[in-house]
Design a protein around this ligand. Structure first.
Ligand code: ADP
Ligand code: 5GP
Length: 205
């Protein structure tokens, strides 16, 4: 599970559904860092994705990701257990559908952290969601962050993919540059505070 509190009350006809926030942007831009900074400042459920990639040192199964073997991931996809899934850097990543739907129905805001293809799939199915693109200050800085995280094996592929993803930034409701972390956290909180369902406020753009 995640660090988030579970909803304390059961659903009732009066419960307004939670809002769905989709945070995307190039690998290494700092999406995970930013979102984890929000924990404790805003109540939300952070979706735990499934992936076929091996765990990085320190990553915990069921917390950072649900690590699935290839055949199990395929089975989940066939059983339509993913809200969206996409291939990234020779691995597959997907958002388990059931917990997201349960939290939204219980009135809890939900955050998905995905790459851009997955975000576009969600946009087709859930156009009312709020789409936020996190941008690096520069590609050079992005490369530095990937290296600092230890992604030495496929850095070039991730930078190439970043160029493609950044060309799609206009598809998003909001863009937040993650240069100075505290400024980016403030920008993200402003988007969350001003978004109401599909009524997207552009003030943080
Ligand atoms: P993502 O989830 O987008 O792949 P991460 O959150 O894992 O990215 O961040 C990638 C690396 O960049 C990490 O080492 C993280 O500590 C670092 N990082 C994140 N935000 C910043 C920032 N504003 N300034 C400098 N380094 C950062
Ligand atoms: P990483 O291997 O760096 O953890 O993740 C690689 C990319 O996959 C990142 O851009 C990350 O946001 C994205 N990602 C993580 N989980 C999901 C998911 O459930 N669906 C999709 N489409 N992308 C994801």
């Amino acid at each position: 599970m995640t660090d988030n509190d579970k909803p304390s009350s059961t659903n009732s006809p009066e419960t307004a559904p939670g809002r769905l926030f989709v945070v995307a942007g190039p690998s290494g831009v700092g999406k995970d860092t930013l979102i984890r900074e929000l924990i404790g400042r805003w109540p939300f459920y952070l979706s735990v994705s499934a992936t076929t990639r091996p765990a990085r040192p320190g990553e915990v199964d069921g917390h950072d990701y649900i690590f699935l073997p290839e055949d199990e991931f395929t089975r989940w996809a066939e059983e339509e257990r993913f809200l969206e899934w996409a291939q990234f850097s020779d691995q597959r990543y997907g958002t388990p559908r059931a917990p997201v739907e349960a939290e939204l129905a219980a009135g809890v805001d939900v955050v998905l952290e995905v790459e851009v293809q997955g975000a576009m799939q969600v946009k087709e199915r859930n156009p009312e969601a709020v789409f936020i693109f996190i941008e690096p200050p520069s590609l050079e800085e992005l490369e530095t962050r990937l290296a600092q995280r230890g992604d030495t094996r496929d850095i070039e592929a991730r930078i190439e993919r970043a160029r493609v993803e950044m060309a799609l930034a206009d598809e998003f409701d909001h863009r937040v540059v993650n240069d100075v972390l505290s400024d980016a956290v403030a920008g993200l909180l402003s988007v969350l505070a001003h978004s109401e369902g599909s009524q997207n406020d552009q003030s943080a753009d």
